[in-house]
Each structure stands twice: as structure tokens, then as C-alpha cells.
Write a protein of this length. Structure first.
Length: 209
């Protein structure tokens, strides 16, 4: 007598795909529900906040809320520096504080301006470098310039502006600098008058011997 033949099982590809789709759908629902139920700690205004206010944790309260994928749009404990933040638009008492409604504390006293220089940038000038801005006014379109003078002292470089499009040509050099708001008017006037502006580092980089 021959042995009993074993039953053969055939896997239908459509059946397997159907199982995978069901598993994927269930997993997706679980992830969506879990994300929707997850709470995050964000800041809300404990009192009305006005544009220009310097706000620290004392003026804020922490609450747990469900934001889904919008949690990155609101100020959380990890976003608040020790020195606080400056409010850039009003926030009502009890309202969650949007990231877009606050800025760095330096915004109270400093402003960022892009300066086109009349010469190449000195070696070592980069983001964070402290510089003096010097300017010289052209004398009656003669191509000659008056003796240079310090336009702004101890400004800070934010970034080097790369030449691209209509902003700069290949032979131009520009930096974005942080200057006191009290100096903004004279800097903008120097730019409008096409004065020759130069960047001079306050300290020189170390040179390897």
C-alpha cells in the first residue's frame, strides 16, 4: 500500500495581497489614533502679551494638549531660551503661543541688514564675527570719496550672502549684519547714497606660524 498523499496548499497571490492590505490598514489606523491621543506640553499666555514684550516663563503657563501634527507650531519648554523671547504680535491670555509670534530677545535692540561691501571680505569673516562697518561718501559723483569713518562699531555678522540671481553679481560681496536699531537709519542712508562700505574685523584670526 502506498502512503497517503499529503494535502497540497496553494497560496493565491490575491489572497496574500489582501492580507497585507488589511494588516497595513489596521496598522495605519492604530498609528493615527495613537498620534491623535498623544498630548504635548506647550506654553500658553498666562496674561495678555503685547508686541515688543520680553517674555519669560513667569508670564507663561504650561498645558498638555492634543495637537496632532501641529505641535511644532507652538512654543514648548525646549524652545524657550533662558533670556526669554520677544513677542512680535499680540497673544491673548490663555492662547497657545505660536512659534511665529515670538522672536529672539536681541530683536528688541538689534536689526538685521544686508550690506554690500566695496571690497573683498577680510579673511576669517564668517557668521558670528564681530566687525566694524566703515563708510565713505562719494564727493559729487566725482568717483572720489571722502575720508572713511566708522558707520557702526561692533556689529555682528549673521551670514555671508552668496552671489546669486539679481541680489549680487559675481564680483560683489555682501554680508548680513546685526546692528543696533539706533544705527539702522544711518546704515540705510549710507546704502541709499551708494557710499563705499567696508567690513573691518574687530579681532584678527590666529595665523599658524
Amino acid at each position: 500500500m502506498g502512503g497517503a498523499s499529503r494535502p497540497r496548499f496553494w497560496l493565491d497571490v490575491r489572497f496574500v495581497l489582501g492580507i497585507l492590505l488589511v494588516v497595513g490598514s489596521v496598522t495605519g489606523v492604530v498609528l493615527v489614533v495613537g498620534s491623535a491621543e498623544r498630548t504635548v506640553a506647550v506654553y500658553a499666555a498666562a496674561e495678555p502679551l503685547a508686541a515688543g514684550d520680553l517674555v519669560t516663563a513667569d508670564q507663561l503657563t504650561t498645558i498638555e494638549v492634543r495637537l496632532g501634527g501641529a505641535d511644532g507650531r507652538y512654543l514648548s519648554d525646549g524652545d524657550l531660551p533662558d533670556g526669554g523671547v520677544m513677542v512680535t504680535r499680540s497673544v491673548a491670555a490663555g492662547e497657545l503661543v505660536p512659534i511665529a509670534a515670538v522672536g529672539a530677545p536681541t530683536s528688541i535692540r538689534d536689526a538685521s541688514i544686508v550690506i554690500r561691501t566695496s571690497s573683498e571680505l577680510p579673511r576669517g569673516v564668517d557668521a558670528g564675527t564681530v566687525i566694524d562697518l566703515w563708510s565713505a561718501a562719494e564727493q559729487e559723483n566725482s568717483g572720489r570719496y571722502a575720508p572713511p569713518a566708522v558707520l557702526v562699531g561692533s556689529a555682528t555678522v549673521v551670514r555671508i550672502v552668496e552671489a546669486s540671481g539679481l541680489i549680487l553679481d559675481a564680483d560683489s560681496h555682501a554680508v548680513e549684519v546685526l546692528v543696533p536699531k539706533t544705527a539702522v537709519a544711518r546704515v540705510l542712508q549710507a546704502i541709499a547714497n551708494s557710499d563705499a562700505i567696508s567690513v573691518v574685523p574687530v579681532s584678527q584670526p590666529l595665523v599658524a606660524g
